[in-house]
Design a protein around this ligand. Structure first.
Ligand code: BGC
Length: 362
């Protein structure tokens, strides 16, 4: 696992220098700082992981919004193996499936509290319910680490104002959207504007609107094209709920109605893989008469990028995120504090670096 982390950090460093080299590294990370600062922070965090203190008898309750989500399945598996490596006993790591149902998840959280867990790691079904989740945990004096779905700014402010042991670990989705747009912009307008009408016709397939990642990726991918001075025209903007099958159908319908489509943006790779099926079924060829980007860098998507069947994706670093969440949970258990926001960087992935990323995570 260490080898994997070291190679990921190398890739981050390489990507940063590549981006700086071609002048494409716009800082869209807002409060979470610039890329090299975050990379340094990640390295520091990895190097300074606390050791010592027996945590083998401590219990961790992990709530995942939905096991059938491809990305969250990889995330929870990595989180579990990282927690075991940190010294938690496998029997004390309890991971439950919220099945995309907030009332079910609330009950799971309450059961974990009744069961005496020492820390909670929660991937909320609905971030709009975060305040009541926080209240449950704080009321029972159980530290809480939110992952993947970021609660809103007011909620995070409450943790800070009250000095509660509550934090969020995740990436700034604006960066992933920007990278998607830049992958397309980097191809050059004359390449992407296949019908030569001066405007880029695109389809957008969005994730579940409960996750702010969906909104940011949608907005910022298009903003990157507009910032490059391109005219864009939206052919269809549909919600695919992060799911391959839904995206496949939506893209089939949109392509049939709008054959002039030049780019398909999907908020994640599962949906991009679904989109690819419909693109091929419509007799279209990515890289020749249409372009396709996703986010996550699932292994299957990386293979498609290497094969030229997807234009690119953006690495959503589940290793860094799950390890930071595990570290934050352990710090709380040992009586230490955490920053209320623990960020991580995305990495732009094209045919140039897809193999490096693939080799690092497989
Ligand atoms: C990932 C999606 C995933 C979602 C779950 C996003 O960050 O990119 O693949 O479905 O999180 O909340």
């Amino acid at each position: 696992m260490k080898k994997r982390l070291v190679s990921l950090l190398t890739i981050i460093a390489l990507s940063v220098s590549m981006l700086v080299g071609c002048g494409g590294a716009s800082d869209t990370t807002g409060d979470s700082g610039n890329i090299s600062q975050n990379t340094t922070d990640t390295a520091k965090k990895t190097a300074s992981e606390e050791s010592g203190g027996d945590i083998s008898d401590k219990k961790v309750g992990v709530c995942i919004y939905q096991f059938s989500d491809n990305f969250m399945t990889l995330f929870k598996d990595e989180l579990k193996s990282y927690l075991v490596n940190k010294g938690f006993s496998e029997d004390n790591i309890l991971i439950v499936d919220g099945q995309n149902d907030q009332s079910k998840q609330n009950k799971q959280i309450q059961d974990f509290i009744n069961d005496g867990v020492d820390v909670l790691i929660v991937n909320a079904v609905n971030t709009s319910d975060a305040a009541s989740i926080t209240d449950m945990a704080v009321g029972a004096n159980v530290p809480l680490v939110y992952i993947n779905r970021e609660p809103d700014a007011d909620e995070e402010q409450r943790w800070q104002d009250n000095k509660w042991n509550v934090c969020y670990v995740g990436c700034d989705a604006r960066q992933s959207g920007t990278y998607q747009g830049e992958i397309i912009a980097d191809l050059g307008k004359s390449t992407v504007d296949l019908n030569g009408d001066g405007t880029i016709q695109y389809i957008m397939i969005e994730g579940d609107p409960e996750n702010v990642d969906a909104k940011y990726r949608t907005d910022y991918s298009i903003k990157a094209l507009e910032d490059a001075g391109w005219n864009v025209s939206c052919m269809a903007d549909e919600v695919g709920n992060w799911e391959m099958g839904q995206a496949e159908q939506l893209v089939a319908d949109a392509l049939a109605a709008h054959p002039e489509t030049e780019v398909v943006f999907c908020n994640n790779d599962a949906m991009a893989i679904g989109a690819l099926k419909s693109i091929e079924a419509a007799g279209r060829t990515v890289g020749t008469d249409i372009y396709l980007v996703g986010v996550d860098a699932l292994s299957e998507a990386l293979q498609y990028v290497m094969d030229g069947k997807m234009t690119g994706t953006v690495f959503n670093d589940l290793f860094s995120q799950s390890h930071s969440a595990g570290d934050a949970a352990a710090r709380y258990i040992k009586g230490s504090k955490n920053d209320h926001y623990i960020g991580c960087d995305y990495i732009k992935v094209t045919a140039n670096n897809a193999k490096e990323i693939y080799d690092s995570i497989n």
